[in-house]
Design a protein around this ligand. Structure first.
Ligand code: ZN
Length: 209
């Protein structure tokens, strides 16, 4: 991406993640660690080494917070080559901003929701980022089939992955981490891939491979 485009999408990331905004640098560092140390003690989120999905989320949160606060510095091999916007990162990480987004969601619900029980969906909106991460990291290394022996427990959770925009093709993704298309076999489909191709075709991004 060009610098201006990157900033535009960085801002959209903040806007749409809202109450559960995730710092892109910390996210990138954890993701690189996950690839290097998949399903071992040094993996930030190994579902087979924790008791339940809740503990997986807490473990991930602790490592995430260490990177955000810079209490812990990453290994050199994982550092650099990620987008950074320190002012927006610290603004999005403020409790007042997170709670402000939460209040906005409640207001929107009050305007648009017609059934009272739908308000029970609010916590999912408050925590959309971590919940999405927990589903991908839990299910993607537990349920489904493997096309490749990656010497970890990564799986392809097909066809549920269709609801997660292809992110549950973990086994394929660990085998080919730099490929934009997570689908490999004839029946597999990664819904994000056509969007990436379209952005490339329009010149918004430039694919390297
Ligand atoms: Zn994985």
């Amino acid at each position: 991406m060009k610098r201006g485009t990157e900033r535009f999408f960085y801002f959209l990331t903040f806007l749409f993640q809202g109450s559960s905004f995730l710092n892109p640098r910390a996210y990138a560092l954890m993701h690189r660690m996950h690839h290097e140390y998949s399903d071992t003690e040094k993996d930030p989120h190994p579902p087979h080494l924790v008791k339940d999905i809740w503990r997986l989320m807490l473990r991930t949160r602790d490592i995430y917070s260490d990177f955000v606060s810079r209490r812990v510095l990453p290994e050199n091999q994982f550092d650099g080559d990620y987008p950074e916007w320190p002012a927006l990162d610290s603004f999005g990480n403020r409790w007042s901003v997170r709670i402000g987004f939460g209040v906005l969601y409640i207001v929107l619900y009050c305007f648009f929701v017609e059934e009272w029980w739908l308000f029970f969906l609010l916590p999912i909106h408050f925590l959309m980022g971590p919940i999405h991460g927990a589903i991908v990291n839990w299910c993607g290394h537990k349920y489904g089939y493997a096309n490749y022996n990656n010497e970890d427990k990564s799986k392809n959770t097909f066809p549920i992955e269709l609801f997660l925009m292809g992110e549950l093709f973990q086994n394929n993704h660990h085998k080919f981490p730099k490929k934009g298309n997570f689908a490999v076999r004839w029946f597999e489909f990664d819904p994000t891939w056509p969007i990436i191709k379209l952005l490339d075709w329009c010149g918004v991004i430039r694919l390297k491979t």
